[in-house]
Design a protein around this ligand. Structure first.
Ligand code: GLA
Length: 564
């Protein structure tokens, strides 16, 4: 069976991985004990008001004279203000509720999700933990933004407490606010990954020089400025060799400086780097060699911890794990990808570098049912194109259909209909727009696959249209759903953030041009709405009840509809 046929069949069941998850910790600042009313001195007699101790030192209990005999009531000294000696709340007892304390260090010592603290020992922040569990914080360094314990944000973007102020602004006596620490759920706050991947245009022919040139073009063409981030090295970088300790080795003439050098180069451009392996013993480069000789051993089975730690140490921020070996060996997708996710989390715990985990088992064993909890994205179908092939809407549309699993998708976790073929041989501007619109309406990862060095202005305009990217990246991260279908004249609607906003795709899957009507009632809006045509960049004004437009065969119209 050839690669296309066998992968297409295999595609009936893929998977994805991505490490994430994390503990959630909440801490509530307990009031600092202490303080209370400190009084000073011994009981005064003779009616002279006892002023109590001149100053409560850090809240040590001052036994002020509570009742002066023969005199006015002893005030026992005012309230102690927590005292300059209150340190981190730890021992400070002075004053009314003490907070954080000047030394609460909000997780400075936390790393990789180890208990961090918006002041571990500070009574203001009690124990605000970003990333209370190792898994939560593995790729996050908990306690990141914990300010006096008021809020610890664990998670991918947090940085080990470096920003925590742990109570610097709190002075003894102020209100204690431990706040809530949110354990890090890795990458949850990220939109669908945007970048470029090497496979569609280069297959196994990739080298340092090819990736470097694409990375340069990524920046010079404006993809970076539009928000794209990842430069992903797909299959072909590794011929399956290892040294005597099992460490991956690469061909020095293709990758001078090893894989770290290319990751460094990509980082130097302000971008992120992605790499690729297989869940089985042998990768796709063994079963379906494309552009290089067959590569036995080009999979990570038996080396999960070692390989993912290696990728992380080299500096990679994204890893796609394919399924050629796993499929051939009859491995269980969920089991294998869960083990890989765990290895990635361990690697991140060690290096501090979060990695997007991209499960690529082509929809095998319904990954939308199990991959969201272990990965960022999971392929739902076979390949959208085979190397050297021609872009074809008859592959784009089935991949789009296969990826519609709205309940599986949430911020940080995405169905993946495969990399883009926008701008590749065979597609017109209209087809590129429809392909891009389909991915945007479904909130799919956007990994361009065209050769960026030779990208046309039209292709660039499709990949960088700001309305389309905003739809794809909408923070609600909802997938669009089909709301109407009249014999192939379809309407998809995606709820966007904001008030009464929808992205609406009118898709003509018939063989002739036809009018498609978006009825506002079908998309959950009232009688009046304004309509914007995204590709035309035109506001069409206010419409009543519906908007109808003629759509050419196998073409589409993308709208943003805003209800009154
Ligand atoms: C599989 C994947 C593709 C690509 C190739 C590399 O077919 O689905 O996206 O990574 O392997 O061989």
């Amino acid at each position: 069976m050839n690669r296309a046929a066998s992968l297409w069949i295999a595609a009936l069941a893929p998977a994805v991985l991505l490490g994430c998850g994390g503990g959630e910790g909440s801490s509530t600042g307990s009031s600092a004990a202490g303080g209370d009313i400190t009084g000073g001195g011994a009981p005064s007699t003779g009616g002279v008001p006892n002023t109590g101790g001149s100053k409560a030192a850090g809240g040590t209990t001052n036994a002020g004279g509570l009742s002066a005999t023969g005199g006015a009531l002893d005030t026992g000294g005012a309230k102690s203000t927590g005292g300059s000696l209150a340190m981190g709340g730890k021992t400070s007892t002075g004053g009314v509720p003490n907070t954080g304390g000047s030394k609460a260090a909000g997780g400075t010592t936390s790393a990789g999700g180890l208990p961090s603290g918006g002041g571990a020992s500070d009574t203001g922040g009690a124990r605000s933990t970003g990333g209370s569990s190792p898994s939560g914080g593995t790729s996050s360094n908990g306690g990141a933004a914990s300010t006096g314990g008021s809020k610890a944000n664990g998670g991918a973007t947090s940085t080990g407490g470096s920003k925590s102020n742990g109570g610097t602004t709190s002075a003894g006596g102020a209100a204690s606010s431990g706040g809530s620490g949110v354990g890090g759920t890795t990458m949850d706050s990220s939109g669908p990954p945007m970048g470029w991947a090497s496979w569609n245009s280069f297959a196994g022919t990739i080298t340092y020089n090819i990736i470097k040139a694409q990375a340069d073009a990524f920046v010079s063409s404006g993809l970076k400025a539009a928000g794209y981030q990842f430069v992903n090295i797909d299959e072909g970088w590794w011929q399956g060799t290892r040294d005597s300790s099992g460490n991956i080795t690469t061909i020095a003439s293709d990758w001078p400086g090893g894989m770290q050098a290319i990751a460094d180069y990509i980082h130097g451009l302000g971008l992120k780097a992605g790499i690729y392996t297989d869940a089985g013993k042998d990768g796709c480069g063994y079963y379906y060699p494309t552009g290089r000789p067959a590569a036995p051993g080009s999979g990570s089975e038996g080396h999960y911890d070692q390989d993912f730690l290696q990728f992380s140490k080299w500096g990679f921020d994204f890893v796609k794990v394919d399924w050629c070996g796993g499929n051939s060996e009859g491995l269980d997708s969920k089991t294998a990808y869960t083990a890989i996710s765990n290895s990635i989390q361990k690697a991140t715990a060690q290096t501090g570098r979060p990695m997007v985990f991209s499960v690529c088992n082509w929809g095998n064993q319904s990954p939308w049912n199990w991959a969201p909890s272990i990965s960022t994205m999971w392929r739902t179908s076979g390949d959208i194109i085979y190397y050297g092939g021609t872009a074809d809407m008859n592959r784009v549309l089935p991949n789009f259909d296969s990826a519609l699993h709205p309940t599986a998708q949430s911020l940080g976790h995405y169905n993946d209909p495969d990399m883009l073929i926008v701008g590749m041989k065979g597609f017109s501007l209209a087809q590129n727009r429809t392909h891009m619109a389909l991915w945007a309406i479904s909130g799919a990862p956007l990994l361009a696959g065209n050769n960026l060095e030779s990208m046309s202005a039209d292709t660039k305009s499709v990949l960088t249209n700001s309305d389309v990217l905003a739809i794809d990246q909408d923070p609600l991260a909802k997938q669009g759903t089909k709301v109407a279908d009249t014999s192939g004249l379809q309407v998809y609607s995606r709820v966007l953030s904001g008030t009464n906003r929808r992205a609406v795709l009118l898709l003509n899957r018939t063989t002739s041009a036809a009018t498609i009507t978006a009825r506002f009632a079908d998309i959950g809006l009232g009688a009046t709405a304004t309509v914007r045509d995204v590709w035309a960049g035109t506001d069409l004004g206010s419409k009543t009840t519906s908007y109808a437009v003629s759509v050419p065969t196998y073409d589409s119209v993308l709208l943003i509809v805003t209800g009154a």
